[in-house]
Write a protein that binds this ligand. Structure first.
Ligand code: G1P
Ligand code: ZN
Length: 551
């Protein structure tokens, strides 16, 4: 049923502040609900895409889905109508609107789509008074690179019209193929596609033997997108008992919680792991399924260690990596544990700015197989996003192969490579102007820092991290201030690029010990934490002593 009369070109005016950050456009839900807000941003993405003479929407497919949070479904309906009005040949909409970020990446790649919209604010809370976000992923399945998001932003500043249709909402809950004004809209189940990819990488038979042979795990889906995927994988396919997956039903407000898999927000999981006779292994994923938390019995694996340990064992423990690893990559603030494994394996380890988009080029060029960030993100070149469930399956494979408890695997790693004591301190809700001024001031002081003391050490080098992409030669500067001390520790400061209100200061502390006898991370890192606080005059500027969140 084609009816060209239904296409509408609607006049609009720009909204300020539609610049995508570390991971797409993030704002309060009510901001996204303003009439025209989603439309302006989506049309700006289409306009930026259309600048490429090679792109013909009439030959392309677009994927759309989200993490199920409040406003997910309405935004999907808007995007479906706009994609049809802009002449896309096909739109693939996830059933129920539920599509994890890693599954989005897998679907774009496997279906050869032009790209896709992920509707999510990741680990931030959902609801009408909480957060929402839109991220555009490109043909390689990864987040749009900075050069492209800047072009989107330029369009948002000059947009005057958007194209949409007068068309009723489609039924998102039934798998079907519909014609929406000449565009083929398919409501599909992304579970199968994602599960098939995991089966290509991991040995499901061995893992099933492991999980039905006495090894006990619990997985917390945090009322977010991974619930259905985790049930299928751990309970149906790997034979873990029903109830292994906690909080498995996606809810629009994530049950009123932060779907953020860390020791603070995954409190119920942590309590289960600490209980006497608790399970051997615990894990959780965030709102959109790209982050992961790995726990042993009464034991927390830092994301930096997790990446290093997966890299150390991948070739032996995971069939998908039998052929070896081409290289590793980590974001700059992430601990240097992966660097030491890369050195032992004789492969490079790339250091990139914060944000997954920087790994895409390395992977497309075949330079890197595994990568990760300190912010609970780990992944590989099977897709172009971090992948929470992939990390859980990787750990299960390592535990199956080594027959060691989680703590045993980590301690063996420390014995072999030494240990990076690591913490991130977040100061949230700071005044944005004061925070920017503080960072500018610190930047100006950089040349004078060497020789000064910070905590228990002396500063030997300080800079503002700048990255030149080895593949396309593009440079990203001002990516975080690094201060190196003579005792092997490092302090990094940067402002968050994903916040929706005020500013968040992140301070990353790392101290490397070859012989890690000390158990108390706090004791190792406290001097540097105090030192940087004093250097930034945090108390005078913001009246803050302690960080809001420590991870
Ligand atoms: C944060 C994390 C970063 C991650 C991003 C998206 O960004 O620090 O590692 O890639 O969320 O999940 P930030 O708020 O620090 O800019
Ligand atoms: Zn996320």
């Amino acid at each position: 049923m084609t009816n060209p009369m239904t296409v509408r070109s609607t006049a609009t005016t720009p909204f300020p502040g539609q610049r995508p950050g570390t991971s797409g456009l993030r704002k309060k839900t009510r901001v996204f609900m303003e009439p025209g807000y989603v439309e302006n941003f989506v049309q700006s993405v289409f306009n930026a895409l259309a600048e490429d003479p090679e792109v013909d929407f009439g030959k392309e497919a677009l994927v759309v889905g989200g993490d199920g949070r409040y406003f997910n479904r309405q935004a999907i309906q808007t995007i479906v109508r706009m994609a049809a009005a802009n002449g896309f040949r096909r739109v693939l909409a996830a059933r129920g609107g539920i599509l994890s970020t890693p599954a989005m990446s897998a679907v774009i790649r496997r279906k050869g789509a032009l790209g896709g919209f992920v509707l999510s604010a990741s680990h931030n809370p959902g609801g009408i008074d909480a957060d929402f976000g839109i991220k555009y992923n490109i043909r390689n399945g990864g987040p749009a690179p900075a050069a492209f998001t800047e072009r989107i932003y330029a369009h948002t500043r000059s947009i005057s019209r958007y194209r949409t249709l007068d068309w009723p909402d489609i039924d998102l809950d039934r798998e079907a193929t519909l014609a929406v004004d000449g565009c083929e809209v398919r409501v599909f189940d992304p579970l199968e596609e994602y599960v098939a990819l995991m089966q290509e990488l991991f040995d499901f038979d061995r893992l099933r033997g492991f999980l039905t042979g006495g090894f006990r795990m619990v997985f917390d889906a945090m009322h977010a997108v991974t619930g259905p995927y985790a049930r299928r994988i751990f309970e149906d396919l790997l034979g873990a008992p029903a109830g292994t997956v906690l909080h498995a039903t996606p809810l629009e407000d994530f049950g009123g919680e932060h779907p953020d898999p860390n020791l603070t927000h995954a409190a119920e999981l942590v309590a289960r792991m600490e209980a006497p006779e608790g399970p051997d292994f615990g894990a959780a994923c965030d709102g959109d399924g790209d982050r992961n938390l790995i726990l042993g019995r009464d034991f927390f694996v830092t994301p930096g260690d997790s990446l290093a340990i997966i890299a150390e064992h991948a070739q032996r423990a995971i069939p998908g990596y039998r052929g070896g690893l081409a290289g590793l990559a980590r974001s700059m603030p992430t601990s240097t544990a992966a660097d030491r494994v890369a050195e032992a394996l004789g492969i490079p380890c790339y250091e990139t700015p914060t944000g997954w988009k920087f790994f895409g080029n390395l992977m497309d060029a075949g330079l890197c197989t595994l990568c990760g960030e300190e912010s609970f993100g780990t992944g590989s070149n099977h897709i172009r996003e971090k992948d929470g469930l992939w990390a859980v399956l990787a750990w299960l494979s390592i535990l199956e192969e080594t027959r060691q408890p989680v703590s045993g695997v980590v301690k063996a790693h420390w014995r072999r490579f030494g240990r990076s004591y690591y913490q991130r301190h977040d100061y949230e809700g700071l005044d944005a102007a004061t925070s920017t001024e503080m960072m500018d001031e610190l930047r100006e002081r950089l040349p004078h820092l060497p020789g000064q003391r910070l905590g228990a050490g002396e500063i030997i080098r300080a800079d503002d991290f700048s990255y030149t992409d080895p593949v396309d030669g593009s440079t990203s500067s001002a990516q975080g201030i690094r201060i190196f001390l003579d005792d092997g520790s490092r302090v990094v400061c940067r402002l968050s690029g994903t916040g929706t209100e005020g500013a968040t200061l992140r301070i990353y502390l790392e101290s490397y010990r070859r012989d890690p006898v000390e158990d108390d991370i706090q004791a190792v890192l406290a001097p540097a934490a105090h030192g940087i606080r004093a250097m930034l005059h945090l108390e005078q500027r913001f009246d803050r002593e302690e960080p809001d969140v420590v991870t």
